[in-house]
Design a protein around this ligand. Structure first.
Ligand SMILES: *Cc1c(COP(=O)(O)O)cnc(C)c1O
Length: 242
């Protein structure tokens, strides 16, 4: 493996982990309560290998088939977990159930029912996070969760999700809108945390432990609001090749 590349990734991974721990500590949280998920989308396999060699245990991809090659080369040894964080098309459901350890981007009931069916066939329980759109932007996937009506509809769907035997709900995921200043993202993370608290009251048997929120440009505010999984790409692996 390219030594220079390896060193560069190891350095930036360590730096981000340190910063994440520092922000958590300042916010009065245990540094271990925030996991750094390294997003390698659009980058070659060597980058994922370098991240794993640097000690990253959580790697993420947006496109199921692009991640597959990396999963095969990097493997799931050394405790590496693979996260799917992008929209999953119907025909990719089997691949996700078969190869990924967790899906952050559960964004519809249709997808949920299909995942549940495939997971059942494979006698396998798939950990999922419910993607919520707390900004109201039309371009985002996930359950709309801004107005009271939308939150009630989400709760109605959670009642059904809870009954799907082969999915294991672990919490919520969101993407903040692109903002001009980092501080402007924090209110959206606060919304997700509040939504999680509300759902926890209503569905006490479901685990709402995970909050997957925060990316390279906005993870500080996410950690301050309780993120347990931050999905970080460019700050660790560099800008995506175009
Ligand atoms: C690309 C991506 C990330 C990481 O983005 P960076 O800005 O590179 O850190 C996180 N979450 C999702 C859903 C993404 O698509």
């Amino acid at each position: 493996m390219n030594t220079q590349l390896r060193e560069r990734i190891a350095e930036s991974y360590a730096r981000v982990c340190e910063e994440v721990a520092e922000i958590a500590t300042k916010a009065g949280r245990e540094p271990e309560s925030v996991r750094v998920v390294v997003v390698t989308k659009g980058h070659p396999v060597e980058i994922a290998q370098a991240a794993a060699a640097a000690g990253a245990h959580d790697l993420a991809e947006n496109y199921p088939e692009q991640g597959l090659q990396k999963i095969q080369e990097v493997g799931t040894g050394n405790g590496v977990q693979w996260h799917m964080i992008g929209h999953v098309q119907s025909r990719k459901v089997r691949m996700v159930v078969e190869h990924y350890n967790m899906l952050h981007s559960l964004d519809s009931m249709k997808l949920a029912r299909r995942l549940d069916r495939f997971a059942g066939e494979m006698q396998h329980k798939l950990p999922v996070l419910i993607q919520a759109n707390v900004s109201g932007e039309a371009s985002k996937y996930g359950w709309q969760a801004v107005s009271e009506d939308e939150k009630l509809k989400l709760a109605e769907d959670v009642a059904e999700l809870e009954t799907l035997p082969n999915l294991e709900i672990g919490g919520l995921m969101t993407m903040a809108p692109i903002v001009s200043h980092v501080d402007e993202a924090r209110p959206f993370f606060e919304r997700l945390r509040r939504l999680s608290e509300r759902l926890a009251d209503e569905f006490p048997k479901v685990s709402w432990r995970e909050l997957s929120m925060g990316m390279s440009s906005d993870y500080a505010g996410a950690i301050q609001e309780g993120a347990t999984l931050v999905r970080i790409g460019s700050a660790i692996v560099g800008p995506r090749p175009t």
